[in-house]
Design a protein around this ligand. Sequence first.
Ligand code: GTP
Ligand code: MG
Length: 318
Amino acid sequence: MEFEKIPTVPTADEILDRSFRRAASKMRLKRNKDRANEEFVRAVSNGIHDRLVQIIRSFPDLNEVPPFYRDIVDIMWGMDRVKKSLGAVGWAARWARNHGPGLAYQTRKAETPSVIRKRTVARLSSVVHQIDDELRFLNDMRNVLRKLPHVSDEFTVVVAGYPNVGKSSFIRMVSSATPEVASYPFTTKGIIVGHRYAGSDRMQFIDTPGLLDRPAPERNVIERQALTAIINLADVVLCMLDVSEHCGYPIEEQVRLVHEIEQMVSVPVITVVNKSDLVYFDGYLNMSTETGEGIDEVLDTLINVRKRSEKQGETIPC
Ligand SMILES: Nc1nc2c(ncn2[C@@H]2O[C@H](COP(=O)(O)OP(=O)(O)OP(=O)(O)O)[C@@H](O)[C@H]2O)c(=O)[nH]1
Ligand SMILES: [Mg+2]
C-alpha cells in the first residue's frame, strides 16, 4: 500500500531550519549585500513552499485509495479532520508562493534591507508555525497508516464474531499471521492479515476485532474496523460462535450478530461453532482450535466457497 512510502512529516521548526540553511548558503554566493538579503527572502519562501507541497503530495489521494483504507482513515481520524490538515498545509504553501516574491522585492527596495529581511522572514515563520499542529497531526497519522496491513487482491476470508470466541486462535492455526490470543475480550484491536500458502487452497485470512450486537452509533473505533473489513474485503465471512459462552457473552446475542452480518454483505456467510471441546452444537460446523477437531472441515468448506465463486466468475460474460 502507498501509505508505507509516506515520509516523516517535519514540524514547523524543522521546515524553517532547513529553508533558512539553504537560503543562507545561497545568500553567501551573492556579492551585493542588498541582493543577498533579497535572495535570502526569496529562497526561504521558495524552500517553505516546496517543502509543504512535497508533504501534501506524499499523502495518497484519499479519493483514490481502496474503500477499505478510506474507511479506516475515516474511522480513526475522520475524513474532515484529515482534509482540514492537508488544506491548512496547502494554505501555507500558497501563502509562501503568493507573498514570497513581494516580500523579496520589498527587502530589496528597503532603506535597511537587513531589517526588512528579518521582518519578512518573521512573517513567513509565523505562517508556518500556524500550521504546526496540523503537521504534527499528519505525522501521527502517517505513523499509524504506514503500519496498516497490506491486503492483497486474492480470495479473502474475514473471520468475525463476538470478542473472545477464538477468532485469532483460528487465524494462528491456519495462516501465516500470529495474532495475540488471550482470555479476555478485545485482545485484537485492529485488522490482522495472514495467508495460507498450501498449494491450491491458498487464501488470505483477515482477523478482526470482536464485535458486539449493538446499534451502529454505539460501536467504537475498534468494532468499526471489523465492520469495514467485513463489508469491503470479504469474499466469504466466517462467523464464529462460542456456544460454551466461555467468551463471556450469551449465545443469543452472538447469533443476532450473525444475522446482522448476513444482512450487511452479499457474499456467503458461514457460521462455525468453536470450542467444540467444551460444547458440541448439533446442526452446525463444529471445531476446536484447542484440539484441532473440525479445522480441516472448516477449511474444506472455505475452499468449496472459493471454487464456487471462481466458477461464477468464469461464467460472467464480458
Ligand atoms: N477451550 C477452548 N478454548 C479456546 C478455543 N479457541 C480459543 N480458545 C480460548 O479462547 C480465548 C480467546 O481466544 P482468542 O483467539 O484470543 O479470541 P478472539 O475471538 O480472537 O478474541 P478478541 O480478539 O478479543 O475478539 C483464549 O483464552 C483461547 O485460548 C477452543 O477451541 N477451545
Ligand atoms: Mg483476537
